[in-house]
Design a protein around this ligand. Structure first.
Ligand code: HEM
Length: 228
């Protein structure tokens, strides 16, 4: 039992509790206050982000009925659309979720266009020059993720492979720790809504815009939800 590896994040955090931990000894563990901060961050980053991305999906979907239609066609082709007026909604498995490539592209496109986090930052650890711009050690660099995601120079690039064409989750070893979970949650919820033949319809008040706090969320999303 003693040598067993912790099996989840909470267990991992609790197993590193050490009230005497200090920053000079990196491997000395985490204090109670540090564990509290970590858990709080997971709750905030784990909830606010995905729900914001879903609001963006609803906004974009309402502006693009043909895309909602095509997602449902893909579901019909895979026999995943509900039948008999909600009497039977086919279950989603990891395999059939993976096979829904069009739905996946839509989910990715929402994250590319929607600035859930408009920017992230890094502190330069050494002097360097990037594209003729001098950067000095210790300077904070703001990285405009949303600008990069929508930069016309990357539009023709393969978004699965170009390192800059698609970075809603940041990059490098401080990239988003929850990105796999976020993909799975987002795609599952979006597909579940489409499976039930829900349609988001545009209205005159649905004018968009955004508010930027911790995340960047749509300001005026006023859609009509139709259950077919
Ligand atoms: C659509 C959903 C999400 C988006 C767009 C998103 C985006 C991001 C971005 C841009 C960063 C900064 C990365 C960097 O600086 O390179 C980040 C960091 C982080 N995210 Fe997410 N995130 C999402 C969902 C989640 C979820 C579901 C969790 C946890 C369950 C999570 C936990 C974190 C944590 C802990 C960090 C800090 C990582 C570190 O500093 O080492 N995120 N996220």
């Amino acid at each position: 039992m003693e040598n067993e590896q912790p099996k989840n994040l909470i267990a991992l955090l609790v197993s590193s509790l050490n009230e005497e931990a200090n920053d000079d000894q990196v491997l000395s563990g985490l204090t109670r206050a540090e564990i509290f901060d970590e858990v709080l961050m997971m709750i905030i980053t784990g909830y606010e982000t995905t729900s914001t991305a879903l609001s963006w999906f609803i906004f974009f979907a309402s502006k693009n009925p043909q895309i909602q239609q095509r997602m449902k066609e893909e579901l019909r082709e895979h026999h995943l659309l509900m039948i008999d007026n909600l009497k039977y909604v086919p279950p989603l498995t990891a395999d059939n979720l993976t096979s829904l490539t069009y739905c996946e592209c839509v989910t990715k496109e929402v994250l590319r266009l929607a600035p859930v986090f408009g920017l992230t930052s890094r502190i330069a650890t050494y002097d360097t020059i990037v594209n003729d711009v001098k950067i000095h050690r210790g300077q904070t660099i703001l990285i405009a993720l949303h600008n990069i995601n929508t930069d016309a120079r990357f539009l023709g690039e393969d978004k699965n492979h170009h390192p800059l064409a698609m970075i809603p989750f940041g990059g490098g070893h401080r990239a988003c720790i929850g990105q796999e979970l976020a993909w799975l949650e987002l795609k599952t919820i979006i597909v579940r809504m489409m499976q039930r033949d829900i349609t988001f319809e545009d209205t005159p008040e649905n004018v968009g815009g955004y508010n930027e706090r911790i995340t960047c969320f749509p300001k005026n999303v006023v859609v009509r939800v139709r259950f077919d």
